[in-house]
Design a protein around this ligand. Structure first.
Ligand code: UDP
Ligand code: MG
Length: 327
């Protein structure tokens, strides 16, 4: 069965049409499906429409949040309620065209675990389209998963993935990346995109700033989530080493150039290099102490992080099972 999860935040004009379009595609093609609308704190009567739809169509169910918790939270609630073995996410604003649903399913049947949409002709304002291209390029470079449209809300994946990734904050943008990092196979298909007919977009330009910060988080989580000290500790040791070298050098300068200088001068060993140099005012001293402290900080932060991982990490965090023998 296919579970279609639709986050809804003030989209009341679109819901009836969206439901009708999904039904028109799925019923004739005998696609067994359910539709889960998650109302993310709408204040425009979306919930009443979801209630009506679920009364008239048993395939429709709804979840209503007490307030707006964000798209990732809505998707998480939908995933938890889904009964299908294939899950689909799509936006409620009619921008994603349900006509594409069978193509997503076909691609998963080819053996892919995650199929991401790619809005080839994207009908959004330019200030969304161009930064998005840069974002996709950056995600590809940093994570190794090169997709044209990471942020596409239209995607389909196997249920196994839902149990393994946690979507919180705004990490819904990184479903393919999180999946890829756990060894799931990811593919993309071109999808037809429509311009927004009703309502307004919930995300402005600041999504790119937040997206970039989230990208760093995801990079850290997927690379070092299970071994944070390897990143923090390596950087810490480097800083610590640099600071130690700096201080050692200054200690030599002080010893030969300052403390032992009169004695060396007496026996005629004082060279120009070791002329009396007090080290108290040297910038290198401040830099060395700062890097030494930073190194110690990073190392202890790394130990704290390891402690958290050791005590909180779930078994599924450490591996991902593709198959088992039966019988
Ligand atoms: N959405 C949500 N909670 C939010 C913001 C958005 O559930 O806090 C839903 C919204 O109703 C829509 C989808 O997420 O179904 C995508 O939002 P939007 O169309 O505003 O994003 P855009 O297409 O502009 O990227
Ligand atoms: Mg939209």
């Amino acid at each position: 069965m296919l579970s279609i999860i639709i986050p809804v935040f003030n989209e009341h004009e679109s819901l009836v049409q969206l439901h009708a379009e999904i039904t028109q595609v799925c019923v004739p093609q005998l696609i067994e499906h359910e539709i889960i609308f998650v109302d993310d704190g709408s204040k425009d009567g979306s919930w009443q429409i979801i209630q009506q739809l679920s009364q008239s169509d048993p395939k429709v169910s709804g979840i209503r949040f007490r307030r707006n918790f964000g798209k990732a939270a809505a998707l998480t609630a939908g995933l938890a309620a889904a009964k299908g073995d294939l899950l689909m996410m799509m936006d409620a604003d009619l921008q994603d065209d349900p006509v594409e649903i069978p193509r997503f399913i076909a691609r998963t049947k080819e053996g892919f675990d995650v199929v991401n949409g790619w809005k080839v002709r994207r009908l959004d304002p330019w200030h969304k389209v161009y930064p998005s291209k840069v974002f996709n390029w950056m995600v590809g470079r940093l994570t190794g998963l090169k997709l044209h449209d990471h942020n596409c809300g239209f995607k389909c994946f196997r249920k196994a993935l839902a149990g393994e990734i946690r979507l919180y904050g705004e990490l819904h943008r990184f479903v393919p990346v999180l999946a890829f990092a756990r060894g799931f196979s990811v593919s993309e298909i071109e999808v037809h995109h429509r311009s927004r007919q009703f309502g307004y977009s919930k995300y402005g330009f600041n999504r790119f700033v937040r997206g970039f910060l989230d990208l760093l988080t995801v990079k850290f989580l997927t690379g070092f989530g299970q071994r944070p000290q390897h990143l923090l500790g390596t950087t810490g040791l480097l800083c610590f080493g640099a600071g130690t070298l700096g201080l050692l050098y200054l200690a030599c300068v002080w010893m030969f150039g300052h403390a032992l200088h009169p004695m060396l001068a007496q026996i005629g060993l004082a060279s120009k290099v070791w002329e009396s140099h007090p080290i108290g005012g040297r910038p290198l001293l401040a830099y060395s102490v700062a890097t030494l402290l930073l190194g110690a900080q990073l190392l202890s932060l790394g130990f704290l992080a390891e402690l958290i991982v050791a005590n909180t990490s779930r078994e599924t965090d450490t591996f991902s099972v593709a198959d088992r023998t039966h019988g």
